[in-house]
Design a protein around this ligand. Structure first.
Ligand SMILES: NC(=O)c1ccc[n+]([C@@H]2O[C@H](COP(=O)([O-])OP(=O)(O)OC[C@H]3O[C@@H](n4cnc5c(N)ncnc54)[C@H](O)[C@@H]3O)[C@@H](O)[C@H]2O)c1
Length: 434
């Protein structure tokens, strides 16, 4: 394919040379004439292992060239200009606005189908709300009809970017329509890695989630390291073993947006670790903020309920996770207490807890610590739903109640665990964070 790469910084240079190496005919375009001249001389304007040889080889083979303006025709234009931070932390979109307007004018001159592929990192909604209107205004053409558009984030790390380009975890394409996605997928057909196609906004968000998660992991590991060092434990040995658990630690476990955590271990152990850090005079701002974030999620659920202006709430699920009657540190108990304090009428259904109340191991806890909540329990799911104006789903069930789904269709639902579909037909369904 004939590919234009707009912006010859880190991402642009690596993308241009690697796509040329893969056999595409690439033109790198930059407003900086010195970068353009360097590439055309076969020299790489950035320092990156392996990139110098790639640039030299692909320029000599006439598959890579650079210019200050795009060639007469091409199949794809890839946007790789910088999106730096402004002083207040917001994103400086001036470069991407400018290059998008340029590409819009270029699209207006083309008489063949062309796809614009955004590789620069931009916040969700930017491509659809800002870049598409700019492209349409400057081209006089319609996105999804006259030209295609994709958001294809870059996951390479400086220092190993050539290797990361050819062996990524996967390629992600957010596509406006399948025709756009097909063209961008063809760009990477030589890359032996899974390819995922999704919506443009998901791809935009994905990039921010990955980088925030990486940043979180660094700071988490550093705080753990500071505690380990102070108590004479090898932090690298601890984290090596933590990472070896691919069932619970480095895995999808605990990575599903939903309600607050609870139970007899997570809150207790987190409190003990942060207390220990305080005793050691160590600052652990990240670990300290976890309980606060958890409390915030209970606020989020409360506000969702309050906004409905309904007063009779049916709660389905009381213990903190399926398959247990354990109510210690259950965030649902805390939410119910808040609701009761504000004058709501609450009915609760949880068969596992109901039986525990009568015979189970938790009987004493229920009778002594939360007798006020225990009296709100009803053994019949139908009755709880019948008597409520809204139903709050607070626990998923391993084997779902067959009647639950049917019953739920009769009442508005607030879902804390994603038991239902975000696109429920009756429109009375709300997920806590989806
Ligand atoms: N650096 C990385 O490792 C990395 C990794 C993944 C994603 N990203 C994202 O990719 C984007 C690019 O990052 P970068 O580090 O390569 O940026 P950079 O600042 O190194 O390079 C941007 C280039 O764009 C050029 N440019 C600006 N306006 C232009 C225009 N109108 N036409 C043509 N060229 C123009 C500049 O002269 C510069 O050479 C950013 O959004 C960044 O967040 C970067």
């Amino acid at each position: 394919m004939k590919v234009n790469i707009f912006g010859l910084g880190y991402v642009g240079c690596v993308s241009a040379a690697c796509l040329a190496e893969s056999g595409h005919q690439v033109t790198g375009i930059d407003i900086d004439p010195s970068k353009v001249a360097m590439i055309n001389e076969g020299c790489c304007p950035i320092v990156e292992p392996g990139l110098g040889e790639l640039v030299e080889r692909t320029v000599a083979a006439r598959r890579l060239q650079a210019s200050i303006s795009p060639p007469e025709r091409a199949d794809v234009s890839v946007i790789c200009v910088g999106t730096p931070s402004c002083e207040n932390g917001s994103l400086d979109l001036s470069h991407i606005d400018h290059v998008t307007a340029q590409i819009g004018a270029y699209l207006g001159r083309l008489d063949s189908y062309h796809v614009v592929n955004v590789r620069s990192t931009v916040l969700p909604g930017t491509v659809e709300k800002r870049l598409i209107p700019l492209l349409e205004a400057h081209s006089g053409k319609k996105a999804g009809v006259d030209f295609g558009l994709c958001m294809n984030p870059e996951f390479m790390r400086e220092g190993s970017s050539v290797e990361d380009f050819f062996t990524p975890s996967f390629t992600l394409i957010g596509e406006l329509d399948p025709a756009s996605g097909d063209i961008v997928a063809a760009l990477y057909q030589h890359i032996q890695a899974p390819l995922h196609r999704t919506k443009i906004r998901v791809a935009e968000m994905h990039k921010y989630v990955c980088n925030s998660f990486h940043a979180l992991k660094v700071c988490f590991s550093n705080e753990i390291g500071n505690i380990c060092k102070t108590v004479g434990i090898d932090s690298h040995e601890v984290m090596r073993l933590v990472c070896m658990d691919t069932k619970l630690n480095i895995s999808p476990s605990y990575m599903k947006p939903g309600f607050a955590f609870g139970g007899s271990c997570l809150p207790k152990d987190l409190r003990a670790l942060t207390y220990k850090a305080r005793q050691l005079d160590l600052d652990t701002p990240l670990l300290n903020s976890i309980m606060e974030s958890n409390r915030n999620q209970i606020d989020v659920a409360y506000k969702l309920i309050a906004r409905t202006e309904k007063k009779r709430i049916g709660v389905v699920g009381l213990s903190f996770k399926p398959g247990t009657d354990d109510l210690r540190d259950s965030p649902v108990v805390e939410l119910i207490e808040r609701l009761l304090g504000k004058g709501y009428q609450v009915k609760v259904y949880d068969e596992e807890v109901f039986w525990a109340r009568l015979f189970g191991s938790n009987k004493r806890y229920i009778e002594s610590v939360i007798p006020h909540i225990s009296t709100l329990m009803d053994r019949s799911l139908e009755c709880v739903i019948e008597k409520s104006e809204i139903v709050l789903i607070a626990k998923s069930y391993r084997s779902p109640e067959p009647s639950l789904e049917k019953l739920l269709r009769s009442k508005p639902v607030i879902d804390l665990v994603r038991i239902g579909s975000p696109t429920s037909p009756n429109g009375h369904y709300q997920g806590i964070c989806w």
